[in-house]
Design a protein around this ligand. Structure first.
Ligand code: FES
Ligand SMILES: [Fe+2]
Length: 403
């Protein structure tokens, strides 16, 4: 009789330094484990807080079968609740954005206040207390204008990530931004195919000519001369930028930490991530001049954002199904900037719109190849270390609960 491999078998037989075997990228039962052990345990970026600026404004964040309501309450704080009615379980908010002084379930009209308390329910039987049936809260943190949620009952400690985020994002004043553009589209690939692609730049030279024309590090790995030039440029930029009083340099991912990031230069002569390096919007935060750097920050499982002096890009990758991942891109500019006068969204979004389109088709094609009966995991290149680290971390998380 054939012995079917268990999840632990599959984890144990992964060859170090190699991509995952097919089932991890395709099997519905592994996808279910991913949701349970990765996405319902870790902190996730829900979006920028400027999306719900006024009290009573809310938006939803759907993650596979779960849906979270994020709402700004009267005090100005942001709260999060499961989008599940405590009566018979209907979704309460049926659209992605809205505004009101309460939440009313569309089924039998149970009404909840913005704090999640059940305030009206007709014909409740004797002995049933409304106070017992508030909306289920979700853990939420707002750090430097970004909303994070965690679906776990006991969320992991977020303080180290929050401290580094504060240090790197505080100068950009993301609290005082507005959404320039938000796009949502689905990639026909498992979320790990997408994550691996975004964690490595080995593919940048063959796949992203525009990105390589803007970011000088993208080509540096392919030539000793370019690598030396980039290293010298980076070192001089860090020294000069610090001398001028601005933040520069990296946070390395230490053992066990889930995040890394830093502020590094674009390329000589470039002030922002635009086609010609010229500014595309008014300065953000406390910057009085362009320093020509970008702050990029990633944390596992799936969060990555990049901030230039005049705009920011947030990416949110959400697993939808074993072979489907949602990609949401949100570009932010200063809240006082006037479209058509201070910025043209086409120019603000140019680099990452085109780069994300390329990544989408790369991931679609990668998944199609992985679905082939002849797919076998191949070795990561030396310049794909972060993809390898991601996969190694993922397997540890997946396996840890089985002991
Ligand atoms: S399910 Fe919401 S009021 Fe009945
Ligand atoms: Fe890419």
């Amino acid at each position: 009789m054939t012995h079917l491999p268990t999840l632990q078998d599959r984890i144990a037989r992964r060859r170090p330094g190699f991509a995952l075997e097919q089932a991890f990228y395709t099997a519905p039962e592994i996808f279910a484990h991913d949701l349970e052990r990765i996405f319902r345990r870790h902190w996730l970026l829900a979006g920028p807080s400027c999306r719900i600026r006024q009290p009573g404004q809310w938006c939803t964040y759907d993650l596979a079968n779960d849906s979270v309501i994020l709402v700004r309450v009267e005090s100005g704080e942001i709260r999060a609740f499961h989008n599940v009615c405590r009566h018979r379980g209907s979704r309460i908010c049926l659209t992605s954005d809205g505004h009101g002084s309460s939440f009313v379930c569309p089924y039998h009209a149970w009404a909840y206040d913005l704090d999640g308390k059940l305030k009206a329910a007709r014909h409740l039987p004797e002995g049933v207390e409304r106070t017992e049936f508030g909306m289920h809260p979700v853990a939420v943190r707002v750090v430097e204008g970004l909303i994070f949620v965690c679906l776990a009952d006991e969320p992991p400690d977020f303080s180290a990530v929050a401290a580094d985020l504060r240090m790197y994002l505080q100068p950009h004043g993301l609290h005082h931004t507005k959404v320039c553009r938000r796009t949502v589209e689905n990639i026909r690939a498992n979320w790990k195919v997408v994550a691996e692609n975004f964690w490595e730049c080995y593919h940048c030279a063959p796949a992203h000519p525009e990105f390589c024309s803007v970011m000088s590090y993208a080509q540096a790995a392919n030539s000793e001369r370019l690598a030396r030039e980039r290293a010298d440029f980076e070192a001089a930029w860090i020294e000069e930028t610090r001398r001028r009083g601005y933040l520069a340099g990296r946070v390395e991912r230490s053992n066990g930490a889930l995040h890394q990031g830093g502020r590094l230069p674009i390329r000589p002569g470039y002030l922002t991530q635009s086609r010609d390096g010229k500014p595309v919007a008014p300065l953000l935060g406390s910057y009085k001049e362009y320093d020509g750097g970008i702050t990029s920050f990633m944390h596992l499982p799936l969060i990555w954002y990049v901030v230039s002096n005049d705009h920011a890009l947030l990416t949110r990758f959400t697993p939808i199904a074993p072979l489907e991942t949602e990609l949401e891109l949100t570009w932010l500019v200063h809240e006082d900037a006037v479209e058509g006068q201070d910025y043209d969204p086409e120019n603000v979004c140019w680099l990452w719109r085109i780069t994300a389109e390329q990544d989408k088709s790369i991931c679609d094609n990668n998944q199609r190849g992985i679905l082939s009966s002849r797919y076998q995991p191949g070795p990561y290149a030396t310049t794909e270390r972060s993809a390898d680290e991601f996969v190694t971390w993922y397997l540890q998380e997946l396996g840890a609960q089985n002991h």
